[in-house]
Design a protein around this ligand. Structure first.
Ligand code: FES
Length: 105
């Protein structure tokens, strides 16, 4: 099995926004049929996983949203809220376009 994308969401905020972001991302991945793909006979997965800190705390603890990193690109998004999940899945995962408004400087 190969990971097409591996998404890590920080859940180290007091208001637990990261957990809500991770849940929204999982729902969107499933909704778009991207959870598990068969490409050239190989099984690929898009996985959303929570973690404690991504070293992007300014974009996480102080803002209204959570920090997110997507591999293999290594793209960091900041202040991500549950309402951003659909854009991340549709634009980044499905279309391969980075969402500039969420990028961490
Ligand atoms: S606390 Fe979320 S990135 Fe550090």
């Amino acid at each position: 099995m190969v990971y097409n994308h591996h998404i890590f969401v920080c859940t180290n905020q007091k208001d637990e926004i990261g957990k809500a972001v991770a849940k929204a991302l999982k729902i969107e991945v499933k909704k778009h049929g991207l959870k598990s793909l068969l490409i050239g006979g190989t099984k690929h997965k898009n996985r959303v996983q929570t973690c404690n800190c991504l070293d992007a705390c300014k974009q996480c603890k102080k803002g209204p949203g959570a920090a997110v990193v997507i591999y293999p690109e290594g793209v960091f998004y900041g202040n991500v809220r549950p309402k951003d999940a659909a854009d991340i899945v549709r634009e980044h995962l499905a279309a391969g376009r980075v969402i500039t408004r969420l990028l961490i400087d």
